[in-house]
Design a protein around this ligand. Structure first.
Ligand code: UDX
Length: 461
């Protein structure tokens, strides 16, 4: 639109700052938000940690400001370590971010251009820094609206005795205040008191980050989560909520994948029959034991279903696929390290998705009209699996305990080759159509993007 620099005498350039938390499932939606704001005439500056730094050459239109984080390379391996990692990012980036933001604001035209900072909801300390310098903040949560309700409800759930969990037998109790969750689906469910306290603190900080912000952005859409969105609005009274998802379908962003995506699998998919392939991926952080990996592999092999497996290096802490698996599935399966997942799930040959149930994956699966087999590991994944199975009725949850090849084989057959699976596929396709409507001209998410843009313009002094 009318973007131009002050020096040319044209209209003022408006700029948004973004700061993702550096994990793949959070980086993608943040770049997608940046993409849709740039599309509406905003210049974009990306603040980022050295840890999992984005590649600026892939986004030539953006400015990048690295913020030293002093963190070791390598992703944290446990829930407690991930939470500590998030706190460490907040702590170690605080001073360098303050300096770099001040420098940007003090540069010629700097303060004049900047409209707001859009930061991940897990970056409370950095949002405080921005507000202290007069920059309004918007919080992006990369999970579902239902999940954020779970964040907000956690102190109440602790008061009511749902949490912390003291006995196995509590896990299947329904959470009456947050249907259809059971205790086992909650964010802060853990058998360790230490982990419970850490997770509760993490959730409380995210709720504070959202409630003290000038706006809240969610990667979801009205038809998918109408009730949870209405409840979120009610509970957040005063903070405008913008549901602009599915972001991967609405944003013109280029890929922000940290790992190189093996695109050859798209050619392989082209040669497969419609809706015949099971796509398997457990996202960017989840891990499984070598035993689970072997059971998963034999379950898939024994189902005799064609499959594409994005087997991330490090998924099973060094364990490889079992001997004989390759020979057994020859001609029927393809294993790659990392796939162009959004395109894979939109491909007509893919008829089912075995996922860990990360929110991006669940949304990408639903938008691709693909029913899901969910094997949640941690965090919001249990709750997402519950929604996939119970609310969307577009998949099967494979939760609890160790994996067993017979159970995997049966679940794959049920998903891919049963009448019930066909019904799930029908409901998934229905969700895909609703998503397409939401982002089309006149759709709810389109409307939300317009409101978001207007809101950011109103913050721009
Ligand atoms: C985790 C949580 O589970 C998620 O719910 C939370 O909101 C963010 O952190 P992650 O494990 O990375 O996320 O899973 P997910 O949310 O599904 O995101 C993974 C992303 O990586 C997706 O956008 C997916 O398209 C991409 N991906 C995955 C690839 O590009 N290639 C692959 O092979 C696998």
């Amino acid at each position: 639109e009318e973007a131009s620099t002050a020096t040319t005498g044209g209209p003022r350039r408006r700029r948004v700052l973004v700061f993702p938390i550096p994990y793949q499932g959070h980086i993608n939606p943040m770049f997608q938000v940046a993409g849709l704001l740039q599309d509406r005439g905003f210049a974009v500056t990306v603040f980022h940690t050295h840890f999992n730094a984005p590649d600026p050459s892939r986004h030539p239109a953006y400015d990048f400001v690295p913020v030293p984080d002093g963190l070791p390379a390598g992703s944290p391996g446990t829930v407690a370590a991930t939470v500590e990692h998030i706190f460490a990012i907040n702590g170690s980036c605080e001073a360098p971010f303050r300096e770099r933001l001040a420098a940007l604001l003090e540069a010629p035209g700097g303060r004049d251009e900047v409209a707001c900072l859009v930061a991940d909801a897990h970056l409370l300390t950095l949002m405080d820094v921005a507000r202290q310098q007069g920059v309004p903040t918007l919080a992006l949560r990369t999970g579902s609206a239902a999940c954020f309700r779970n964040f907000m409800a956690t102190p109440m759930l602790c008061d009511k005795g749902y949490l912390p969990v003291s006995a196995e037998s509590q896990l299947d109790a329904p959470v009456r205040e947050l249907p259809p969750y059971r205790v086992r689906d909650l964010m802060a469910v853990t058998s360790s008191r230490h982990e419970h306290d850490l997770v509760c603190k993490l959730l409380a900080r995210a709720v504070e980050a959202v409630s003290t912000s000038a706006g809240f952005i969610l990667n979801t859409f009205d038809a998918l989560e109408a009730d949870d969105l209405a409840a979120t609005r009610r509970d957040l009274a005063g903070v405008p909520v913008f549901e602009v998802g599915p972001l991967h379908k609405i944003s013109p962003a280029s890929s922000s994948s940290l790992l190189p995506q093996d695109r050859s699998c798209l050619d392989w998919l082209d040669a497969q029959a419609p809706a015949s392939v099971l796509y398997i991926s457990f996202g960017s952080l989840a891990s499984m034991s070598g035993e689970d990996l072997a059971e998963a592999a034999w379950g898939v092999a024994n189902s005799r279903q064609p499959f594409l497996w994005a087997l991330r290096p490090g998924l099973a802490r060094g364990a490889a696929l079992p001997d004989g698996f390759g020979a057994e599935t020859e001609g029927r399966g393809l294993v790659v390290g990392w796939a162009p997942q959004e395109e894979v799930l939109a491909h007509g040959a893919v008829g089912g998705f075995w996922t860990h149930g990360g929110w991006n994956s669940a949304l990408e699966g639903a938008c691709g009209g693909v029913p899901m087999l969910c094997r949640p590991c941690f965090g919001d994944q249990m709750g997402n699996a519950r929604y996939v199975e119970h609310v969307w009725r577009a998949g099967i949850a494979l939760d609890g305990g160790v994996l067993e090849r017979g159970a995997v084989e049966r679940a794959v057959r049920r998903l891919m080759r049963s009448e019930e699976g066909e019904e799930m596929r029908g409901r998934a396709r229905e969700l895909g159509s609703r998503a397409a409507e939401a982002i089309a001209e006149g759709g709810s998410s389109r409307h939300s993007v317009d409101k978001l843009v207007n809101h950011i313009m109103s913050l721009w002094k």
